[in-house]
Design a binder for this molecule. Structure first.
Ligand SMILES: [Ca+2]
Ligand SMILES: [Ca+2]
Length: 408
């Protein structure tokens, strides 16, 4: 059964629960089946948290809570029960009046939508998952990769694992923003990026160094890029300006929705899903499913046994469908890092709220996620957190956008 997000009107709670079931079904890739037996980690809750037996989408828990209401009425007497029922009815009517209107043709988890500028989006439902990594998972990672190959302080901000609820549906960019899309913005707005206005951008020196070159920018990152490659050498500020322009330029934008960067939690929910995949497609690394530091990168740490076909950036979607998430998002593992909205705080997970977390407390750096063409598989993990100053740019870093209900 395919389930509709647009049917929030009326029996909202019941339909949310049904949508959750639909998401679970679609999270099983048709060509891969269930996650491998070596990857049951999604079934483990974080220590000390009242986790459900598995990391279910949010709707399932909601249905359970709604089911408890009649029993409360019976214990409290008929008048109170009638009062509570009336309140519930009024609540449902209020919700029906502010139902979220999705774009025409978009009703189900994983449905595709194209905006007025030809950018493709995928409907990602609300849900509940365990974000981050447990101490045991970090320990296992370091043992697997080798302590000399990954610095423990780099992965420490993934701890602690914690329950997160994403409460609103998202139209998530299927691809990283491309050079062609960014050019359209620059030409329409007459915009100059941070790198072009002064200082340049950090580009690979060919071995193991990145140096800031004054003449490096999104037009000339030091390697050849066609219009369908992900734009690089753009700062967080540049991404924000692109998004401000997009909100005005796209006449197909649904009423009540707005473009923005994904939050760190939204990004991880979309990349991992309720089963907490380690990479976009599952828990077993496969060097043919993503653009990472392979043999052709010629980087000292590149995997000499792997050949992914691209030494630097790859055209977006080059690894589809086998490198996609179960909902069909491309390049969530590798190709280029992607800016997120949040300020980076390595200790944020220790105090972050469960509901729609986003770190708005100003710091020095903004979050980036997903790994890139110059990085090894452990840095390309969906749980890994990286960050840079918002005016800095690199030839390994771009962004993608989401379209979300306005107001966060
Ligand atoms: Ca590569
Ligand atoms: Ca990416």
């Amino acid at each position: 059964m395919r389930l509709k997000l647009s049917e929030w009107r009326g029996a909202w709670a019941f339909l949310v629960a049904q949508r959750a079931t639909g998401f679970s079904r679609r999270l099983q890739p048709p060509d891969q089946g269930a996650p491998t037996s070596s990857a049951p980690k999604g079934r483990q809750g974080p220590q000390g948290l009242p986790m459900p037996p598995s990391c279910r989408p949010f709707g399932t828990g909601l249905r359970m809570r709604m089911g408890a209401i009649p029993r409360m009425g019976k214990r409290s007497g008929p008048c109170l029960a009638l009062f509570k029922s009336t309140l519930l009815l009024l609540f449902a009517l209020a919700l029906s009046g502010c139902a979220l209107k999705l774009p025409p043709g978009v009703e189900h988890s994983g449905d595709a939508w194209e905006n007025g500028l030809g950018m493709k989006f995928v409907l990602v439902p609300p849900g509940e998952f365990v974000m981050g990594s447990s101490a045991a998972e970090i320990k296992a990672l370091i043992a697997r990769v080798g302590e000399g190959n990954i610095r423990p302080e780099r992965v420490a901000p993934e701890k602690p694992d914690h329950l997160v609820r994403i409460t609103k549906p998202l139209l998530f960019g299927r691809h990283e923003v491309t050079v062609g899309q960014f050019r359209r913005f620059v030409e329409a707005a007459g915009y100059k990026t941070d790198a072009e206005r002064g200082g340049g951008s950090h580009v690979s020196g060919g071995l193991d160094t990145w140096e800031k070159k004054a003449d490096a920018n999104w037009r000339s990152p030091g390697f050849k890029q066609a219009d369908d490659h992900p734009v690089v050498c753009v700062s967080w500020n540049d991404a924000a300006r692109f998004i401000a322009w997009l909100n005005k330029a796209d006449r197909a934008r649904p009423r009540g929705w707005a473009y923005r960067l994904p939050t760190e939690a939204e990004w991880e929910w979309t990349a991992r899903g309720p089963d907490r995949f380690e990479w976009a497609w599952g828990n077993d690394w496969d060097g043919t499913r993503a653009n990472f530091a392979d043999k052709s990168s010629r980087l000292p740490w590149g995997d000499k046994a792997a050949e992914d076909g691209h030494a630097r950036t790859a055209p977006v979607g080059s690894y589809s469908p086998k490198g996609d998430t179960p909902l069909g998002l491309a390049d969530m593992t590798g190709n280029v890092w992607e800016w997120c909205h949040d300020w980076f705080d390595p200790a944020y997970y220790e105090t972050s709220p469960a509901k729609d977390p986003v770190n708005k407390k100003e710091g020095n750096r903004r979050v980036e996620r997903g790994g890139g063409w110059a990085f090894t598989p452990d840095y390309c993990r969906a749980a890994f957190r990286f960050a840079l100053e918002p005016n800095e740019s690199y030839d390994t870093l771009g962004f993608r956008v989401v379209l979300a209900p306005a107001g966060r």
